[in-house]
Design a protein around this ligand. Sequence first.
Ligand SMILES: [Fe+2]
Length: 134
Amino acid sequence: MAIDIRWDKRFEVGHLRIDHEHQVFLDLIRSVSQASETGEPKAWCMRLLNEVKKYADFHFFSEENIMLRTGYPDYPEHQQKHAELLALLDERIHAYATDRISLEAVVVYMFDWFAMHTTKMDKKLGKYIDGLKE
Ligand SMILES: [Fe+2]
């Protein structure tokens, strides 16, 4: 059961830099999904998962800097959500590393999180930044 991981207009936040980083992030999730389908060695899959984790960490930090720079009022809860997502991702990666869940399950988790977070919280941030230009 392969999920279709591709960029869709519904993920657009309307901020050039954030949208660009989200596209890279989705690319990384797609490479894990492909590795899962072709049955790549576990050590390689772990490297790909770590790449996702490092990029997620970087991307969240960078989004938080945008929030701080623009005086975003919902920064505390958004930052808190980022921390939660990272902790959960870490947990899932660990579960895969210790053979408790499949790689496919990690992919589904990452993609769901991506779709949920970008279409809800990140869109709210995009709207706020847009409003500053008026
Ligand atoms: Fe975010």
